[in-house]
Design a protein around this ligand. Structure first.
Ligand SMILES: [Mg+2]
Length: 416
């Protein structure tokens, strides 16, 4: 087609050539977004809390069974620790050791924001962009924010923004794919009764399943059933995990609208950007997405072109709170909300709570997959449990919890 256009243009002359120019200008308009670029240029980390330099003396990776801890120490004796997203990190830790750890030693932790930009290029790390780079980098960032929070006597959230939410309402997430609509609704009812959440999210489609449903017809039966079961006052979200192409996503979306669900997540595979926009343009129900998105530039496109109504960066999968805050701020500048995704294992829920506490345009309910009791810890400022569907964000310094020192001692240092 391109070749044919070129030949026609050369025969017909200036008229067709001018059309070519118009096409190119249109693409530039899509890429140009000075408002979002201004937001992206604004600093996130509150450097003013740190008058003195904080030189990173050591970065250790500790392992006990499948639990990974990053411990950062400064030359003046401050310490920060983070528990990784262990589900992913067990496969990715050599990247942490070989591609990140050496870069940060001797650097000033106050420069964290700039260091995140530099380490992306260091050893061509950008070629690893996605979970491979971002989960290890987020782990390191959380340890550094814990350390900085302890120095400034501030919780992590206060280092990346003002505290807007001290308590966070949660929605009950579940996954009963493979079960019939009737079996699924019993499971959803049981879980909502346990947490007393005022909102819930249920799965439809088959997860990246090219329009297949498991069992067939489950989603179309379940969408009306969930609304009927919980009534009009319940906030109900649904997630297809990229199950559909655009046409099927829109067809299912019409049913979602009929039963007044409150958002529709990942209607098509996450990197089908044009199709995501096509679905969003066709439907009135808010479209949510972004949990798999690794690229700031792609978020900028999705937000700038109104392809998403609700952004859902995962703070581990997207490389930490500072990067995720930029996404939230871009979304805020366009009147959109941020409902970060939470990935399982480790202390993901705690990091998510700190992040949400600082997000002005956070959605009304946030994902809850239950608390991880495998890591023994103590928190003086929060029960870390869902109280009538609401959890309190810890207010102590850094992460705001104390992990049992005896548990940390069980870990051994990991080297390449
Ligand atoms: Mg999802």
């Amino acid at each position: 087609m391109l070749r044919r256009n070129f030949i026609q243009a050369s025969i017909i002359g200036t008229g067709a050539a001018a059309m070519g120019c118009i096409d190119r200008r249109k693409k530039e308009d899509l890429a140009s977004n000075p408002d979002l670029d201004k937001v992206l240029a604004e600093p996130v980390l509150k450097r003013s809390y740190f008058p003195d330099e904080v030189i990173i003396q050591s970065i250790e990776l500790l392992r006990y069974q499948e639990n990974f801890i990053c411990r950062v120490r400064s030359t003046d004796g401050a310490e920060g620790i983070a528990v990784s997203n262990n589900m992913q990190f067990r496969y990715l830790y050599p990247i942490f050791l070989g591609r990140l750890q050496p870069f940060f030693i001797g650097k000033d932790a106050r420069d964290l924001e700039q260091l995140l930009e530099e380490v992306y290029v260091y050893k061509s790390n950008y070629k690893l962009q996605s979970l491979a780079l971002w989960v290890p980098l987020a782990t390191l960032e959380f340890a550094m924010l814990d350390l900085l929070g302890k120095i400034a006597s501030k919780p992590m959230g206060a280092l990346i923004g003002d505290i807007h939410h001290k308590r966070i309402a949660v929605y009950q997430a579940n996954n009963f794919r493979g079960k019939t609509a009737e079996e699924s609704i019993e499971g959803i009812k049981r879980q909502v009764a346990e947490t007393k959440a005022q909102a819930l999210k249920f799965k439809i489609g088959g997860r990246m399943s090219k329009n297949q449903d498991y069992p067939p017809g489950r989603s179309e039966a379940l969408i009306p059933l969930v609304r009927k079961t919980f009534g009009d006052d319940m906030t109900i979200y649904t997630d297809s995990n990229g199950s559909y192409d655009a046409a099927e996503a829109i067809r299912i979306g019409r049913l979602i609208e009929e039963y007044k669900l409150d958002f529709y997540e990942e209607p098509v595979p996450f990197d089908w950007y044009e199709e995501t926009k096509e679905v969003t343009d066709a439907l009135l129900v808010p479209i949510a997405g972004g949990e798999q998105e690794p690229s700031m530039r792609n978020f900028r496109w999705l937000i700038g072109n109104d392809a998403l109504d609700i952004v859902q960066p995962d703070i581990f999968y997207f490389g930490g709170m500072i990067r995720a805050m930029r996404v939230a701020r871009m979304a805020a500048s366009k009147g959109k909300t941020c409902v970060p995704h939470i990935s399982g294992s480790g202390l993901g829920y705690l990091y998510m709570m700190h992040f949400v506490s600082a997000v002005e345009n956070a959605g009304p309910y946030h994902e809850f997959k239950g608390f991880n009791m495998d890591i023994p810890l103590h928190c003086e400022t929060s029960s870390l449990s869902s109280d009538e569907g609401v959890v309190t964000v810890p207010t102590g310094a850094g992460l705001g919890v104390t992990i049992d020192p005896g548990f940390i001692k069980k870990h051994s240092i990991v080297n390449l």
